[in-house]
Design a protein around this ligand. Sequence first.
Ligand SMILES: *[C@@H]1O[C@H](CO)[C@@H](O)[C@H](O)[C@H]1NC(C)=O
Ligand SMILES: *[C@@H]1O[C@H](CO)[C@@H](O)[C@H](O)[C@H]1NC(C)=O
Ligand SMILES: *[C@@H]1O[C@H](CO)[C@@H](O)[C@H](O)[C@H]1NC(C)=O
Ligand SMILES: *[C@@H]1O[C@H](CO)[C@@H](O)[C@H](O)[C@H]1NC(C)=O
Ligand SMILES: *[C@@H]1O[C@H](CO)[C@@H](O)[C@H](O)[C@H]1NC(C)=O
Ligand SMILES: *[C@@H]1O[C@H](CO)[C@@H](O)[C@H](O)[C@H]1NC(C)=O
Ligand SMILES: *[C@@H]1O[C@H](CO)[C@@H](O)[C@H](O)[C@H]1NC(C)=O
Ligand SMILES: *[C@@H]1O[C@H](CO)[C@@H](O)[C@H](O)[C@H]1NC(C)=O
Ligand SMILES: *[C@@H]1O[C@H](CO)[C@@H](O)[C@H](O)[C@H]1NC(C)=O
Ligand SMILES: *[C@@H]1O[C@H](CO)[C@@H](O)[C@H](O)[C@H]1NC(C)=O
Length: 429
Amino acid sequence: MGTVYLILKTIVAVLSCVKSSALSSSQGNLVVRCNESEKSALVKFREDCSNSMDRFSSWITEEDCCNWRGVMCSNKTGQWHVTMLDLRCHGPAESSQGDQVSDSLLDLPYLSYLDLSSNNFLQGQVPEFIGSLKNLEYLNLSNANFRGMIPDHLGNLSQLQYLDLSGNEYALRANKLEWLHGLSSLKVLELGGVDLSLVVNWLDAVNMLPSLVKLGFFACELNTLPLRPSAMNFTQLQILDLSFNKFNSPMPYWVFNISQSLSYINLSSNNLGGKLPDFSSKLNLSVLDMSKNSFVDPLPHFSLSMMSLILAENMITGTISPICESLVVNNSLSYLDLSLNALSGSIPDCWTRGNNLVVLNLAYNDISGMIPNSTGHLVHLKALILGINVLSGELPASLKYLTNYMSWILDTIIYLAKYQNGLGKIWEI
Ligand SMILES: *[C@@H]1O[C@H](CO)[C@@H](O)[C@H](O)[C@H]1NC(C)=O
Ligand SMILES: *[C@@H]1O[C@H](CO)[C@@H](O)[C@H](O)[C@H]1NC(C)=O
Ligand SMILES: *[C@@H]1O[C@H](CO)[C@@H](O)[C@H](O)[C@H]1NC(C)=O
Ligand SMILES: *[C@@H]1O[C@H](CO)[C@@H](O)[C@H](O)[C@H]1NC(C)=O
Ligand SMILES: *[C@@H]1O[C@H](CO)[C@@H](O)[C@H](O)[C@H]1NC(C)=O
Ligand SMILES: *[C@@H]1O[C@H](CO)[C@@H](O)[C@H](O)[C@H]1NC(C)=O
Ligand SMILES: *[C@@H]1O[C@H](CO)[C@@H](O)[C@H](O)[C@H]1NC(C)=O
Ligand SMILES: *[C@@H]1O[C@H](CO)[C@@H](O)[C@H](O)[C@H]1NC(C)=O
Ligand SMILES: *[C@@H]1O[C@H](CO)[C@@H](O)[C@H](O)[C@H]1NC(C)=O
Ligand SMILES: *[C@@H]1O[C@H](CO)[C@@H](O)[C@H](O)[C@H]1NC(C)=O
């Protein structure tokens, strides 16, 4: 049964690729816009890729190359030029292989958008010549099986706004990041999975990027999170992902203070400790993930704009009651995970205004007492996970009246029944 399903799925996937390329090649344009020398460059690029079946099926030499799938042209300069090459692979039928990126790209001098992500470059190097594509604003080489050192030449791309080198199987490296200084327009920098363990002062290097909106340094083997950096330049930063690194220090508070627009912080899976700061101030944070660290102190006060709060797998002590303060009218909290900590006391009876909560996970703590009646106000709840605590009494009748309880009843039963507390009757349908 499973195999049949898989085969069917594959057929559908292949068919849909063929169909979409056939469609795009039929949309002809009477005026030929394609520039001949750029067409030759594209043809050369296609020849240097092997194993690409579907991908280039619309690249018919007799047709206007500006209609080829993945190619876009623009006449912003008064002449038509290829400005965009989107060869992102969306499935196995499309995957291009080549041990290196063809340098025929150099004959596309007006290229501003280059996406070669999710192809297989067979552990080739990121080529230095990409740094000569001076008009690039978007460069995506993620998940493409590159290895070796990131060339400094990328620092010549002064127009670049998006750079994604993530997901290259931990085989890409950089020993310094000074070349980033040349990328003063950069908004999004994704280096997840790039080995940066030998980089000294990574923070100083990214601090030279005042337009940065997203910094993705996930699993980069970083081992220092400076306690007190010099003045911060990140006035635009919204997303900060430093998860899965090797910080082994107290939590530096400046991280929460680098920009008023910061809305997402992920520091999960590091070894950060010390006190959690007071978040109740004007911080505009909506997602905070500090799970899998070594925080031991009681819960701090939280920001009212918080949507997801994930502090699982620490050793946080004290009670859950500080959460009640953020459950005011119009609060946005929808995902709260405090599991695998050392929280004690009882579950506070303050959920009347937690009406946006979808997931409440308090499992694996030392929480005692009864489940309060006000949990019945959590009308959007899909999972209430309370296993491995020392709760007692019965489930409050109010829980039964949740309008959509059928959708979460399974989770509830699994997590309450399997991992029994001292609870009496589990559920009556
Ligand atoms: C074609 O583009 C190249 C640069 O890519 C340019 O040098 C050449 O003048 C263009 N040819 C025409 C006919 O526009
Ligand atoms: C670009 O091409 C369009 C349509 O062919 C034309 O209307 C427009 O004037 C051209 N722009 C420039 C700057 O040449
Ligand atoms: C790069 O491409 C991948 C898919 O291959 C995509 O998930 C990712 O969002 C892209 N990165 C950027 C910065 O657009
Ligand atoms: C590009 O960067 C490299 C290394 O940083 C440098 O050696 C080279 O001169 C630069 N090329 C141009 C055209 O600026
Ligand atoms: C902030 O960025 C600017 C421009 O990139 C740079 O000149 C300056 O040194 C940076 N400031 C700090 C404190 O790093
Ligand atoms: C955050 O920055 C403000 C000023 O910009 C400063 O007064 C405050 O002490 C800082 N807070 C932390 C936790 O560093
Ligand atoms: C806070 O976040 C919201 C939405 O995420 C945004 O509209 C608002 O401008 C932000 N406020 C500040 C001061 O950055
Ligand atoms: C934080 O990062 C971890 C590891 O990279 C990931 O598994 C988790 O989903 C992220 N958390 C959020 C809230 O995005
Ligand atoms: C809550 O939101 C509603 C609708 O967005 C708004 O009318 C009301 O004034 C808000 N209440 C408070 C206390 O902010
Ligand atoms: C819940 O409500 C019932 C009836 O109103 C009451 O008997 C019971 O003590 C309440 N339980 C808790 C934990 O407050």
